[in-house]
Design a protein around this ligand. Structure first.
Ligand code: DX5
Ligand code: ZN
Length: 217
């Protein structure tokens, strides 16, 4: 499968959110990545439902919701009704992960599980066949614009191998510090979705930055 690019609107200009979403509509971006932070699971608060309403109103592409929140089960339905196509929860935030991913699928969304940089992909062995997507954090979640952590490559390779047996259609999404310098290496390792915040929105030509991630690999 051709890889996908999911710009993260955490790095967009919130004063011009409609303009930035319209840029994403015109660009080669595949998904719009939407980072929700609760100030508990991560040491930062980002945005929630009122902002999702604005994104949904203008976006012509699927919204890829990444929940960096404790006890995400409380809000799955509201995110699905609010327009999420994919809902990704953190492995570290879910006590009954099988129940949570089933609930996401029952709501008609793709179900994703995210891993912090210290969480081994091997822990996913008994959930992999029930999900659509794994998001490997390549920075510690909570902030955009951080430096990429290189142990990501070996995690992607190990996950790619596991998914070959258990879930060949799995989306393997990489989030944090992704840019033109590491995109090809990530894709070669087995990633097929690249999230990019800062490297897209701080570029002088944002559409070109998205295109360059699309043609990487
Ligand atoms: C970090 C978020 C990321 C963030 C990526 O906690 O999950 O999606 O927006 O931003 P960059 O690409 O700037 O590292
Ligand atoms: Zn994210």
């Amino acid at each position: 499968m051709n890889h996908l690019v999911a710009p993260s609107i955490l790095a967009s200009d919130f004063g011009n959110l409609q303009r930035d979403i319209e840029m994403l509509n015109r660009s080669e971006a595949d998904w719009i990545h939407f980072d929700v932070m609760d100030g508990m699971f991560v040491p930062n608060i980002s945005f929630g439902f009122p902002v999702l309403d604005v994104v949904k109103k203008h976006a012509k592409k699927p919204i890829d919701v990444h929940l960096m929140i404790e006890n995400p089960d409380r809000y799955l339905e509201q995110f699905a009704k609010g327009g999420a196509s994919n809902i990704t929860v953190h492995y570290e935030a879910c006590t009954h992960l099988n129940r949570t991913v089933n609930a996401i699928r029952d709501l008609g969304c793709k179900a994703g599980v995210a891993l912090n940089p210290h969480t081994p992909v091997e822990l996913l062995e008994d959930i992999l066949e029930y999900i659509d997507l794994v998001l490997i954090m390549s920075v510690n979640p909570g902030f955009g614009g951080q430096k990429f952590i290189p142990n990501t490559y070996k995690k992607i390779k190990a996950l790619k191998k596991m998914s070959g047996e258990l879930n060949p259609g799995l989306f393997i999404e990489i989030d944090g510090g992704v840019d033109e310098s590491n995109a090809k290496l990530l894709l070669d390792a087995g990633a097929n979705v690249l999230v990019a915040g800062n490297s897209v929105f701080s570029a002088p030509d944002q559409m070109a930055a998205i295109r360059n991630l699309k043609i990487a690999g």
